[in-house]
Design a protein around this ligand. Structure first.
Ligand SMILES: C[S@@+](CC[C@H](N)C(=O)[O-])C[C@H]1O[C@@H](n2cnc3c(N)ncnc32)[C@H](O)[C@@H]1O
Length: 262
């Protein structure tokens, strides 16, 4: 009898060492089926065989499965709130402010924070920005710091001129200046399965919860809340919210912002 999708998932979890059950299952199936079609794979059994034996295919599966959409200043109103209301207060409280973008995708998000901090005249010694993601391909792109204009539409012109070099005017490609790239450290991390370091002043976890089951979302709320220092902030995507934030010791302070209680 051919493998069912449920049996495929059971085996794939062990091979990939990724908790696929944490993701919305219909989406996992859609992504798996579309990748199989692309590689002319006829059934789940053949797919498992390839995941076991072909490293390139395994990497392609993981990278296809994650959705990397991101852009600079995604939801500009919230980044304006971050700039005006959250960040200045953090720098009053701490000599060194720790900021974590998890997941960071192609780097647009942590680099947006670096641009804002540069504009506010904070120096590299005053903060640390870490970006984490499970997808090694997207992290390599983040390290290169090269973006098409579709990623940069919300970047104000003065910042585009100051912090980006137009390296390909015909195709509208831009490279971030080294000054900004250097402010962000990038690492591969599976946020579902790996443990977190703590004492973060600000954690951005945006447009990630939307792909996850309620159970995993709750587990991650506990992990992220524990990783924040008291008084630290948690910044979600525009369409995401935390149900009953008090259970995680968080309180909502603005549309997508939560603060950990002292
Ligand atoms: C839609 S992007 C969000 C990027 C950015 N935070 C934003 O809002 O623009 C979602 C990211 O989650 C990453 N991802 C998916 N599962 C993950 C996991 N278990 N651990 C870490 N990153 C994961 C994907 O690789 C992808 O880059």
């Amino acid at each position: 009898m051919p493998l069912t999708f449920e049996q495929f998932i059971e085996q794939a979890i062990k091979i990939l060492n990724l908790n696929l059950c944490g993701y919305k299952i219909k989406r996992v199936q859609r992504r798996t089926d579309s990748l199989m079609r692309r590689h002319n794979i006829n059934d789940y059994e053949q797919c498992i065989k390839l995941l076991k034996t072909d490293r390139t295919f395994k990497e392609a599966y993981l990278n296809h499965f994650t959705i990397n959409t991101s852009e600079f200043f995604r939801n500009p109103g919230n980044f304006a709130y971050l700039k005006e209301k959250i960040l200045p207060g953090l720098f009053v409280q701490k000599n060194k402010v720790n900021i974590w973008s998890a997941p960071c995708s192609n780097g647009s998000e942590p680099y947006t924070v670096a641009l804002i901090l540069a504009e506010l005249n904070y120096t590299a010694k005053q903060y640390r920005i870490l970006g984490s993601d499970i997808d090694t391909g997207i992290l390599d792109r983040a390290r290169r710091g090269v973006y098409g204009y579709n990623n940069l539409e919300n970047v104000p012109d003065n910042l585009l001129n100051k912090y980006f070099i137009n390296i390909d005017p015909v195709n509208r490609k831009y490279r971030l200046t080294e000054e900004i790239i250097e402010q962000v450290t990038l690492e591969k991390k599976d946020l579902i399965n790996e443990s977190f370091s703590n004492n973060w002043d600000l954690i951005l976890s945006r447009n990630f919860f939307i792909y996850l089951t309620n159970e995993i979302k709750e587990m991650l709320c506990h992990k992220f809340a524990a990783a924040l220092r008291p008084g630290g902030y948690f910044f979600l995507g525009n369409t995401e919210f935390i149900f009953n934030p008090e259970q995680y010791n968080l309180k909502k302070v603005y549309s997508s912002f939560y603060q950990k209680s002292d």
